[in-house]
Design a binder for this molecule. Structure first.
Ligand code: GSH
Length: 218
């Protein structure tokens, strides 16, 4: 099996999902660290024409878009162990993957987590409180829907961890650092308990911002 190489700026939640999947699978990987500037430079644009991260390289094969990467990893290593066999559970997994990308990241995490966590930490920015306030109605809807979809299950696609949990956790792990978390997750204790369950997994502990930065520096 060729080496898995993940191109990323340390701190990226999308890249963390990929790294968590590799750890869940027991696969070794190497991080090819980028800066935000290098992510827009020709060398990276040759890997990802839209200048985003992460990019996975596996031998002579290269892939971008986190969902595609996650599914690829799940297909080439102990096939399908992170995808439920049951079609309805798999449908829920797919729904969460898309909900993450379209409704949580776009308009919620890319505003609230950026303003509260990423911007201050990466660029020394002050949070834009108006932008955060504008994102809160959509954030409330997303959290309510996530709690409904989780229901009383241990994980989003049933009783075992799936790609859905790995995609969602890194975004919410940043959201949890924002003061808005109490308002958003307070009414949904099952969601908070799921966060604790995910945070306790070795794949979460091995892929924190600090861990990824240290690995990228090697
Ligand atoms: N749809 C992409 C989204 C990836 C994405 O937005 N990554 C962020 C970092 S977490 C990024 O590249 N940001 C740089 C930018 O927006 O220019 C995926 O699933 O991989």
């Amino acid at each position: 099996m060729p080496e898995f190489v993940v191109h990323t700026v340390p701190g990226s939640p999308f890249a963390r999902a990929v790294l968590m999947a590799l750890v869940e699978k027991g696969e070794a990987y190497r991080i090819a660290g980028l800066t935000p500037v290098a992510a827009k430079a020709p060398a990276h644009l040759a890997r990802h024409p839209f200048g985003r991260i992460p990019v996975l390289e596996h031998g002579d094969f290269s892939l971008y878009e986190t969902q595609a990467i996650l599914r690829y990893i799940d297909r080439v290593t102990s096939p399908g162990s992170l995808t439920p066999a049951d079609p309805r559970a798999a449908g829920r997994m797919d729904l969460i993957l898309n909900l993450n990308d379209w409704y949580l990241f776009q308009g919620v995490a890319n505003i609230i987590a950026f303003q509260r966590v990423v911007g201050p930490r990466l660029m020394g920015l002050e949070p834009d409180l108006d932008a955060i306030a504008t994102a809160m109605p959509r954030a409330t809807l997303v959290f309510t829907e996530l709690a409904r979809l989780l229901g009383g299950q241990a994980f989003f696609a049933g009783e075992t961890v799936s790609l859905a949990d790995l995609q969602l956790f890194p975004q919410l792990d940043f959201m949890r650092l924002a003061p808005e978390w109490a308002t958003l997750a307070g009414p949904h204790p099952a969601l908070d308990a799921w966060m604790d369950r995910m945070a306790g997994r070795p794949s979460a502990a091995a892929t924190t911002w600090e861990q990824v930065a240290a690995q990228a520096a090697r």
